[in-house]
Design a protein. Structure first.
Length: 163
């Protein structure tokens, strides 16, 4: 019995050689999948990591009622950018517009706040002018048209009818 115990204790098991090839490809596939999911999440959320491809122009308005950050900026019904910020400067609202580099805003263009549909969202419409000079990044549009507030107009009309 002792001899069999000695023979059994001398038996050694060799582990098979591991190949890192499979683990490498699984890890690589996992990293590619996570990067792809992060990219899709950022793009679907409308988030921008950089401002490349855009420039900022400002416009001053007396009333921007309902215009929000992220609202579309359009010329002839085509989206050319978005509202990137709104700041109150004294009694005027300064609106920052993020415009595609491929589109040039001229000095005499008119920025007008409009409504999509009867009760839709507000957007900023650029009405082209005839000037030859383009605005540079950071410049301010001088010609603007504020929101036409339907409630205010109806209130004045009703008030006049009472008199």
């Amino acid at each position: 019995m002792q001899e069999t115990d000695k023979n059994q204790s001398k038996v050694e098991f060799k582990a098979p050689k591991k190949s890192l090839k499979v683990e490498f490809y699984v890890g690589l596939f996992t990293i590619i999948g996570l990067v792809s999911m992060a990219y899709l999440a950022v793009n679907m959320g409308g988030m921008r990591l950089t401002d490349s491809g855009y420039y900022i122009v400002k416009a001053e308005f007396d009333n921007i009622s309902g215009l929000e950050v992220g609202a579309a900026v359009e010329i002839a019904g085509v989206a050319i950018g978005e509202v990137s910020g709104v700041v109150l400067d004294g009694t005027v609202a300064v609106v920052s517009l993020r415009i595609h580099d491929s589109v040039k805003i001229r000095e005499d263009d008119i920025a007008s706040i409009r409504t999509k549909g009867i009760i839709g969202d507000r957007y900023l419409k650029i009405i082209p002018g005839g000037a030859d000079e383009d605005l540079k990044p950071g410049d301010t549009l001088s010609d603007t048209e504020s929101v036409v507030d339907l409630e205010e107009i109806l209130g004045k009309f009703i008030h006049r009818m009472e008199d």
